[in-house]
Every structure is written in structure tokens, then in C-alpha cells.
Design a protein around this ligand. Sequence first.
Ligand SMILES: [Zn+2]
Length: 314
Amino acid sequence: MITVAVDLGGTTIKLGVVRDGKVAREASLAAESRDGLLRQLREIADEIGRLLSSLGLEHRNCNALGLTFPGLVDVDTNRVRATYGKWDDAPGIDLAAWAKEQFGLPLVMENDTRLALLGEWRAGAGIGCDNLVLVTLGTGLGTAAIIEGKLLKGVHGQAGVLGGHFSTNRDGARCTCGNIGCAEAEASTSVLARIAAKHPEFATSALRQRDKIDYSAVFDLARQGDPCALALKTESIAVWAQMIVNLIHAYDPEKIILGGGVMAGAADFFDALKAAIFAHAHMPWGRVDVVAGSLGSSAALLGLDAFARQRFLV
Ligand SMILES: [Zn+2]
């Protein structure tokens, strides 16, 4: 089984060739997710071609093309059902037709975090555990859940994956989903610059001099005692903890796995986040295990391969 796997992130597109359940080779492209998917399909196709030829493979050697999407996906029709400020033109694109025309391959497509959880469950930090929640902290906030060995999906594909749209602030900002004060609208890379600019100490903060305001910059300056960066870090940890407490209350997992680009700075916030979760979650039975994912960016690629195997019963 060879799956060509494409993980459409908000900031980075990761591509991989998964052969016999292992990532044989991977590459990445900068994502222009606010400009739409249609204009980046050519670049994605070219990169897939380069990846395959670097392994001495051709399209016809592969079994499926898999796409993850940071939104709601109708897996039966391979159409994107809802987007959240990233790749907003995707619902109008027939990606199955694209995969067929470009590569002669059948398409499988699912929500990105649901597939990352499938990957961690099969091959990573979730092995042997049948009650899991995955949270990705990144451009947006992704979540997915497995209860009693079943990857939650729901009637419309929404179950488990809308944790980033749990309300955390009823006086908060309008979210891309239409709700007010979603966790993703309060503490994710996509809104960090906007939130920073509103902070009373932003004008005198070294953050203002940075080319890019992301969590790497915030953690770096917080370490140096910058008051604005410290406040943003503290507030973000509180929002993430609030969201994760809600996930614990909703899904009763044995283990929470944390992934996503922000986890690169885990040394700066992971202990504080765990302390905030343990201080507020109702767990009369004990304490949920909170761990970092072990597959990094490969989780979604391996999840796509597992999903393609299920679809095609390989
Ligand atoms: Zn929302």
C-alpha cells in the first residue's frame, strides 16, 4: 500500500509518501491558506511529482491520494463542508476530480485533527489507549476524540472536532464560525497579532518590533520579562486549559495528546498548562494523562494512510 498524503495546514502544507505504514519521504510547502486552495493546487501537484520521482515511483505505483483539511469534510462525497478562515474556496472545488485527472488516483479526505489522532492512536502516543482526545495548538485549535475505541464522527462529521469552537469568552471576538469568543478566536496563532495589538502594553513591547507575531516570539519575549508577552502567554494558557477542561468534561478521556506547531515551545508552557487543567477539571476518579504527541507532523500523514486502508480495505 502506497498513499500519497497531503496535510493542508493553515501555515504549512506537509506532503508525504507513506509506504507500508511508514513515511518513506516527506516535504513541505508554505501554505497560502488565506488566498485559497485553487491557486496552490499546481504547486502541490508539482511537489508530489518531485517526491514520487525522488523515490523512483510513479503515480501508477500508488493506491490513493489522501488530503487532510482544517475544517469539516463530508467523507462520503469528498467535499469540504465548512472552512474557518483557511482555504475558504475549498467547498467549491471537486478535489476527487483533481486527484483523478492529475494522478489517476482515488481520493480520501478527512478533517486534519481527526486523522492526526488516528495516526497517534495507531502508531504514536495513543497506542493501546481507546479513550483519547487530541488537541493541536497552531494556526487554529484542532481537536478530535476517540471514545471506547471509536473515532468520533457524528452525523455531519462535527463530533469531537469543534473543540476549538467551544465558547470561552462570551464578551470575546467574533470567530470565523460565527460564534463569539471561541477558544480559537481567543488564543491561536491566527489571532495572536490582533490580540497583541489591543494589549495596553503593546506600544512599548519588543513584540511590536518583531516581523512576525507568533507564539515563538511571545514565549521568547516572555522569558525576557516583556510584560505584554507575559500577559499574552498567561492568557493563552488559560484559554487552552479552559478548552481542554471542557473536552475532559465532554469526552472523559484517559489521555490528552497535545500536538501542533505551538508545541515546539512546550518547554515554555506545558507544565503551566497541565497545572491549570488539573486545577479546574472535574476528575473525581483521579487525573487524566496529558502528554505530547510522539509523531509530530507525521501523525496526520500516517492517519491518512490508515484512513485510506480502511476506505479501500487494503
Ligand atoms: Zn468558532
